[in-house]
Write a protein of this length. Structure first.
Ligand SMILES: [Zn+2]
Ligand SMILES: [Zn+2]
Length: 248
């Protein structure tokens, strides 16, 4: 089957994302956009992803648990989990690695936990837009220990891309999928960083507003929408990554 996936979407819990990005609204917009699978990937938190999974279960939309972690090197890495418990445990390990710095909502924006019925649960007090005290290889290992998949985000882009900040793909990620930006076609990324040819290059919207959900996506040909099946499809080249810049 073909699985249209957008696996990089921010919710209202990310200070940089719009308040309209409630878990229920994200799921509903993702359905309209013809997606089969999404992941809510807030900065250094999985919390709204739990409510997105609830909203998804009701609407028949599969939702992976996710987070966009920021490492000590200021590299953004998407971390995906199949099961809620894996994501909860991973979150429990990562959250204490975030500096104890309060969010200033007037400057960075609100960080709102919203449930599957659009009720505000709480405001996150710690600034999520910050680097965790963990390196890229350590994070990749921690994600694997918890049964998840780590995919460095927008690897070719400044200021948080893996290749921009490290200049190379660490050996821990040999042959593994990487994400390139929504607005960066594959050929363009390869011109800048030829080493990317050794990796499956996925694309997602990195949406911060509802209208952007699905603007870039990856269509996997896989027997089921599980992480293992997606990874196998990516490594075998059974996918198509598409973005707005490809259509003039
Ligand atoms: Zn990012
Ligand atoms: Zn992002």
């Amino acid at each position: 089957m073909t699985i249209a996936a957008d696996l990089h979407i921010h919710s209202a819990l990310s200070p940089c994302a719009a308040l309209e990005m409630s878990p229920a609204a994200i799921v509903s917009r993702a359905r309209e956009a013809g997606l089969d699978l999404i992941a809510v990937t807030d900065h250094n938190s999985v919390e709204n992803g739990f409510f997105a999974a609830e909203a998804g279960a009701r609407a028949g939309m599969r939702v992976l648990f996710g987070m966009e972690a920021q490492t000590r090197e200021d590299v953004h890495v998407l971390c995906y989990f199949e099961q809620r418990l894996q994501a909860e445990r991973f979150h429990g390990r990562v959250y204490p690695l975030l500096p104890d710095m309060a969010n200033n909502p007037d400057y960075f924006g609100d960080q709102v936990v919203v449930d599957a019925e659009d009720n505000i649960v709480r405001h996150e007090g710690k600034l999520l837009l910050n680097a965790l005290d963990i390196s890229v290889p350590e994070l990749v290992e921690l994600v694997r220990e918890h049964g998840g998949l780590a995919v460095p985000a927008h690897v070719e882009a400044s200021p948080y891309g893996l290749l921009v900040n490290l200049g190379m793909v660490p050996p821990e990620l040999g042959g593994m999928p990487l994400e390139i930006s929504a607005d960066c076609p594959r050929e363009q990324a390869l011109r800048e960083f030829p080493a990317l040819a050794r990796h499956p290059l996925l694309r997602n919207s990195d949406a911060h507003f509802l209208r952007d959900i699905g603007r870039a996506r990856t269509e996997f040909t896989a027997p089921e929408p599980t992480l293992a099946a997606l990874l196998a499809a990516a490594r075998a080249g059974r996918f198509r990554a598409d973005g707005p810049a490809d259509h003039g």
